[in-house]
Design a protein around this ligand. Structure first.
Ligand code: F6R
Length: 603
């Protein structure tokens, strides 16, 4: 979704801003723009489409020492040059880039129009530029005055031609990160735009504003009380955002999983005691023992990972555990029980619905742990504590390695909760041995890529597909279907295998293949009989199993066996490759599927 980049320093701002925008492309956007200040003159250029189109349209002479830039994902007003950011006031003095939503924009637009202001765009953001310019004060004071009139969410960056060499940024619900460089300051909504320039960053908190020049920055609350801000070192590396010889980030990230899973496990296993060491939980053994129920919240693939995680917690810790879409939870006025532990799951740590669910729990006095990939993100900071997934940056819009690593993080949490309760050390050691074997086992599945690509070729020709799994397999089936939908645009639905006969079977024929998870577990025979039901209706079946199924399915991908609680982690891997190769065969834009954004920061 929308992205912000800002620069103040001695170099020419334009290449820094354009490169920063390119780094944010993975988030999804429909238009882009830059505004730069040179010798007291503000120049703004905007274009619908890709950053490279904006770059191509920029006059050669455009340069500046201070600048802001934006990638827009339309909310108010269609994607167009006119609606792209930066937005300026009527005099072209103040420029604003903004992520989030000004909720009272309609009211403010009407008020400005009544005063004779001609609004050039259909956006909510433009009102900010007019309000700031009309405050007719120093930029910092003018931004404060404008924000006092605004309700909604924002991360924003502002330039004023009267104050060259200065940027003002503010945050309320949408990330703003300051990058500290050598005689230069950077601003971005995502560290991806900063990693090439600096490793030292400061995250603004909600309700904070910062004033930056080339040498320093200072932060304060909206009502002008100075705040103390420490900088931190970022863990991301520039090469995390390069293709590294792969055709697509999606494939790079799928193949990266042995290393990513090793990253999730690193330093967290305690084989001697058969438990996991999780430093960020903030709840001690006594507090965790008092937990009677677990409720996991997340959206999309993060929700599916939460469903799988809830199963693992229930199995290992014998605690009742459920998962719910955060987007629904936040609106149903949930009862927050004091002995329930809430867990928010998010790759980006910025998903608005998940953040709102966390805030709802905390408002009602509940305790929330985060299982989050992006360090220092809004959700991670809003939770009481948690586990970082440490999958490394995920650039492709469709989640793969973070999904897998989130399941691993849940296994660690379940082990920790289990060992505090009734899980014996030998059982804990069994799980630890299973976890340690995962990177190698994932590597073996990935080595079968060519074979899986052959199955993807026929799956890619289908009008739709079913994915079925039982109990632990069902969340994996949901995620498998989601991956196929997202990147290949083939209609795919997941069902618990047990539910097929209660309705969906009516759709099965020669043209609707089924991908069936048939692990060698206690439900193996039940899963076999579901496969038979599909084949009896002429449906083709691709099975993902622990051993060849003797002609039961049309084709079988064999995956290594793990511990039953960890099997879902491995069963999901071939489904990612299946979706990727089906999408490539169909010529889809696999890294940036249509209509989707990497981080959904609006409702
Ligand atoms: C699917 C996918 C989405 C996200 C969802 C939540 O491939 O990426 O379904 O899982 O939008 O995003 P995060 O995990 O960033 O909260």
């Amino acid at each position: 979704m929308c992205g912000i980049v800002g620069y103040v320093g001695r170099q020419d701002a334009v290449p820094v801003l354009l490169e920063g925008l390119q780094r944010l492309e993975y988030r999804g956007y429909d238009s882009a723009g830059v505004a730069v200040l040179k010798n007291g003159t503000l120049r703004t250029h905007k274009a619908q489409g890709r950053v490279r189109e904006l770059a191509a349209e920029l006059p050669r002479r455009v340069a500046g020492e201070t600048g802001i830039a934006h990638t827009r994902w339309a909310t108010h007003g269609a994607p167009s040059d006119r609606n792209a950011h930066p937005h300026t006031d009527a005099g072209g003095r103040v420029a604003v880039v903004h992520n989030g939503i000004v909720e009272n924009a309609a009211e403010l637009r009407a008020e400005l129009a009544e005063d004779g202001v001609v609004l050039e765009s259909d956006t909510d953001t433009e009102v900010l530029a007019h309000l700031i310019a009309r405050a007719d004060d120093e930029l910092e004071a003018a931004v404060r005055a404008a924000l006092a009139r605004v309700t909604g969410t924002y991360g924003l960056a502002v330039l004023d031609a009267r104050e060259p060499g200065r940027l003002v940024v503010a945050r309320n619900g949408s990330p703003v990160i300051i990058g500290v460089g050598e005689k230069a300051m950077f601003v971005a909504s995502d560290v991806a735009a900063l990693v090439r320039h600096t490793q030292r960053v400061a995250h603004l908190d909600d309700g904070e504003l910062a004033v930056l020049d080339a040498h320093s920055f200072r932060t304060s609350t909206f009502d002008a009380r100075a705040t103390a801000k420490t900088t931190t070192e970022i863990v991301q590396r520039p090469e995390d955002y390069d293709l590294g010889g792969h055709g697509h980030f999606l494939r790079k990230e799928i193949l990266d999983q042995p290393e990513a899973v090793a990253g999730t496990l690193r330093g967290r296993l305690e084989p001697r005691f058969g438990t996991a060491h999780l430093g960020g939980l903030t709840l001690d053994a006594r507090e965790l023992r008092a937990v009677r129920r677990v409720c996991v919240l997340g959206c999309g693939s993060a929700y599916y990972a939460g469903l799988a995680g809830a199963h693992t917690i229930e199995s290992l810790a014998r605690l009742p555990a459920t998962a719910e879409p955060a987007s629904e939870f936040r609106y149903r006025d949930p009862v927050i029980a004091p002995d329930t532990l809430y867990i928010a799951v998010s790759q980006s740590g910025e998903t608005y619905d998940t953040l709102a669910a966390v805030q709802e729990v905390r408002r009602k006095g509940g305790r929330v742990l985060g299982v989050v990939n992006v360090v220092g993100s809004s959700i991670a900071r809003a939770c009481d504590g948690g586990i970082y997934v440490h999958a490394g940056p995920e650039v492709s819009v469709a989640s793969t390695k973070t999904f897998t690593c989130t399941l691993v993080a849940f296994a660690l949490l379940a082990l920790h909760l289990g060992r505090i309760r009734d899980l014996g050390p030998a059982e804990g050691q069994r799980i630890i041995a299973g976890l340690e074997a995962l990177p190698g086992q994932i590597g073996r599945i990935l080595a079968a890529e060519e074979e899986i690509a052959e199955h993807a070729a026929w799956l890619g020709e289908a009008r739709g597909a079913f994915y079925i799994g039982r109990v632990r397999g069902y969340p994996i089936a949901l995620e498998g279907a989601q991956k196929l939908k997202e990147v290949s645009y083939i209609h795919a639905e997941a069902y618990p295998a047990s539910e097929l006969k209660h309705g969906p079977l009516a759709l099965v024929d020669e043209e609707l293949p089924t991908v069936a998870l048939v692990p060698d577990d206690a439900l193996h025979e039940k899963n076999r009989s579901s496969v038979e039901q599909v084949r009896a209706r002429g449906g083709r079946v691709l099975a993902i199993a622990h051993r060849p199924l003797d002609g039961l399915a049309d084709a079988t991908v064999v995956v290594p066996r793990s511990e039953p609680e960890l099997d879902p982690i491995l069963l999901g891997i071939p489904l990612q490759l299946l979706a990727y190769h089906a999408a490539v065969a169909l010529g889809r834009d696999v890294d940036q599927p249509r209509n989707l954004a990497k981080s959904v920061t609006v409702e």
